[in-house]
Design a protein around this ligand. Structure first.
Ligand SMILES: C[S@@+](CC[C@H](N)C(=O)[O-])C[C@H]1O[C@@H](n2cnc3c(N)ncnc32)[C@H](O)[C@@H]1O
Length: 161
């Protein structure tokens, strides 16, 4: 009984005015999402794309300031989680599962947000690999690598890259 309460507390978090369901394997937002959001808020307008959306935190925070928001994540679990969080917060966000812009087709956007997986890598070095399955495949580490059409940036969120 007590154990159940612990599990529930571990997957339901708050981020500003959002309540976010973050099951194991889906990245729970950290302070960097807030930094990015604060930088983006004055610029939000029109059609917004949130790439590497995770729990959907940025997409959901952007929704009241945008005409439309599309959230993309390659993780099936994340895509489902964004749908749940959209309902939980009563904010309209379209969700697609896929690899970066491959999931977007020919659509164009006024603003693109992304807080991608980032792991500092020395210039010229191969990006670190990460497990793709199981609990060890934490969302932050999983990224497009060899099979991806577009390389992931290895830079900090909100940086110019
Ligand atoms: C660091 S988390 C950020 C989540 C969220 N934007 C935030 O700020 O809390 C990175 C997310 O990128 C997703 N991801 C990794 N590689 C991707 C790719 N090639 N295409 C789409 N999403 C990807 C992961 O599944 C994970 O949810």
């Amino acid at each position: 009984m007590g154990g159940r309460r612990v599990v529930a507390a571990a997957v339901l978090t708050r981020f500003r005015d959002l309540r976010l369901f973050t099951p194991p394997g889906v990245f729970a937002p950290r302070s960097d999402a807030g930094v990015l959001l604060d930088a983006a808020l004055p610029r939000l307008r029109g059609d917004v794309l949130d790439l590497c959306s995770g729990s959907g935190v940025l997409a959901l925070a952007a929704a009241p300031h945008a005409a439309s928001v599309l959230a993309v994540d390659m993780s099936r679990m994340a895509a489902g989680t964004i749908r749940v969080n959209s309902l939980l917060n009563r904010r309209r966000v379209e969700v697609r599962r896929g690899d970066l812009f491959a999931a977007v087709g020919s659509r164009r956007f006024d603003v693109i947000l992304t807080n991608p997986p980032y792991v500092p890598t020395p210039p010229g070095a191969e990006p670190p690999s990460a497990p793709r399955r199981g609990r060890a495949a934490r969302a932050d580490a999983t990224s497009s690598t060899a099979s991806a059409p577009t390389p992931m940036p290895t830079c900090a969120p909100a940086a110019r890259c």
